[in-house]
Design a protein. Structure first.
Length: 395
C-alpha cells in the first residue's frame, strides 16, 4: 500500500505589510500614515521617495527609499498631460528595473502583504512573487485623464488605459479611501467596468487622525473670520495665489493664512504666509473657510473636520475637476476655475463672501464629518489588511 508522508508545516512567519507609495501629491503619504498608526512598528514597512519619504521618516516609521516612477508637470494653473508624458518616457523604460527593486525589498523583508498607492511596480512584483496585493486608490478610471486636443495625448491615453486595467487586474482588491456611495467624492473617477467594480471596496475617509484628536490652533484676535489658503508648492497655482492677495484687502475683517511654499512679495496687512506645513489639520479645523485645489486627501480632511471650502481645481486635471463637482453636490463647497479668475477676478471675492455668510455650507460639511466618524476608515482598513497579511502564513 502506498504510504503518504506527513505534510511538513512551514516555519511560522510574522505578518509583514509593505506599503509602496507615490510622492506625487499629498494624499499618498497621508493614507500611509493613517494605516501605519494602526499597526506595530515591526508589522509595517513603507517605501517611498522625496517629500513622502521625508514625511514618513519624520513620523518615526520604518521606511525604505525607492525609485520615482513618474513626475507631474504643469504651468499657470494647468496640469500638462503632454509635458508629463514626455518627462516620464525614461521612467517607463526603467519599469523592469523598478519591479526588480520592489521584488528585492519584498524578499529581504519577508513581506506577506503589499499595498500599492499610486505605484505600478510593486503590484507587478507582488504578482510575480505570489504575494497578496491591494491597490489603494481614489481613481480607477484613467482614460478621461487623457481627453485632450493633442493626438499624441489621446493615443497615449488609450494605451495607458489598457496598461492601467492590466495593473488593476493583478491586485486582489481595489480599496477606495472615500465615503460610501452615493456620498463618494471620487465617484466620477471610478471605473464603471464590472470587472473593476466587483473587486472594489470602500473604506471611508482615510486620514491620519480622528476629528477629536486634532488640536485647534488659536485663531487670530481682532478678526471676524479665519480663512486658510492651502496651495502647496506647484508653480502652476501662482495665479490663484495672486488672486487671493488681490482680494484680501476687500475683507479687512478676515484673516488669511497662506499655506504655500510659493514665493510672495509684499502681503496685505490681514494676510500671513505660514509657508509649507507638515500637518494642516489644526488650521483646517479652526478655519471658517479653506481655499484650495481639489486634491482627494485634502477633500477627505476637510469633510472629516466639517470645514467648508472654495475649490479651485488645477486646469485640465480631470480628477480634481470631478472631485470639485462632487464636493459642490454634497453642499460643502463652491467651485471656481482659473478661467473664471481670468475672466472675472471678482468671482473669488464673491465666493468667499457667499460661503462665509451662508450657514448651509457649514451645516453640510458637519453632516459629512459625522458620516466620516461613523465609518472610521482607519480601523476598517486595518481589519482588511490584517486579514490579507495572514493569508500565506497560517499554513
Amino acid at each position: 500500500m502506498l504510504q503518504l508522508g506527513k505534510k511538513r508545516l512551514s516555519p511560522v512567519r510574522a505578518p509583514k505589510i509593505y506599503l509602496s507609495i507615490s510622492s506625487e501629491g499629498y494624499g499618498h503619504s497621508s493614507r500611509a500614515l493613517a494605516i501605519a498608526k494602526e499597526f506595530a512598528d515591526s508589522e509595517i514597512l513603507i517605501g517611498s521617495y522625496g517629500y513622502a519619504l521625508d514625511r514618513v521618516r519624520r513620523a518615526g516609521l520604518n521606511s525604505v527609499s525607492i525609485s520615482q516612477e513618474y513626475k507631474l508637470m504643469g504651468a499657470q494653473g494647468s496640469f500638462d498631460v503632454g509635458k508629463t508624458i514626455i518627462k516620464n518616457q525614461s521612467s517607463l523604460l526603467a519599469l523592469n528595473q523598478m519591479v526588480a527593486e520592489e521584488r528585492d525589498i519584498m524578499l529581504a523583508n519577508d513581506v506577506t502583504l503589499v499595498v500599492a498607492d499610486g505605484r505600478i511596480a510593486p503590484v507587478i512584483a507582488a504578482s510575480r512573487l505570489g504575494i497578496p496585493c491591494l491597490v489603494l486608490t481614489n481613481q480607477s478610471d484613467f482614460y478621461p485623464f487623457f481627453q485632450h486636443d493633442s493626438a499624441l495625448v489621446k493615443l497615449f491615453g488609450k494605451s495607458f488605459e489598457w496598461w492601467m486595467r492590466s495593473w488593476i487586474s493583478h491586485a486582489d482588491e481595489i480599496l477606495i479611501p472615500d465615503f460610501y456611495p452615493p456620498d463618494t467624492v471620487c465617484l466620477m473617477n471610478l471605473s464603471p467596468a464590472f470587472h473593476v467594480k466587483k473587486r472594489t471596496r470602500f473604506l471611508g475617509p482615510l486620514v491620519p487622525w480622528r476629528r477629536e484628536e486634532v488640536a485647534v490652533i488659536e485663531r487670530p484676535e481682532g478678526y471676524d473670520a479665519y480663512v486658510v489658503v492651502s496651495l502647496g508648492g506647484h508653480t502652476y497655482r501662482e495665479p490663484l495665489l495672486k488672486a487671493v492677495l488681490d482680494v484680501a484687502p476687500l475683507f479687512p475683517h478676515v484673516y488669511f493664512d497662506l499655506l504655500t511654499s510659493l514665493p510672495t512679495l509684499q502681503l496685505p496687512s490681514n494676510v500671513f504666509r505660514r509657508g509649507h506645513v507638515q500637518d494642516a489639520s489644526p488650521m483646517f479645523k479652526a478655519a471658517d473657510l479653506v481655499i484650495t485645489q481639489a486634491g482627494h486627501s485634502t477633500a477627505m480632511e476637510l469633510l472629516t473636520l466639517g470645514t467648508p471650502a472654495v475649490i479651485v481645481p488645477d486646469m485640465f486635471q480631470s480628477e480634481q475637476i470631478n472631485n470639485a463637482e462632487r464636493m459642490v453636490s454634497l453642499g460643502a463647497a463652491l467651485q471656481i476655475t482659473y478661467d473664471h479668475l481670468r475672466a472675472n477676478p471678482s468671482v473669488l471675492a464673491k465666493s468667499i463672501d457667499t460661503v462665509l455668510r451662508t450657514a448651509r455650507f457649514k451645516r453640510h460639511a458637519e453632516q459629512m464629518a459625522q458620516k466620516s466618524a461613523n465609518l472610521n476608515g482607519k480601523a476598517y482598513a486595518a481589519k482588511i489588511l490584517t486579514e490579507y497579511s495572514h493569508r500565506l502564513v497560517v499554513y
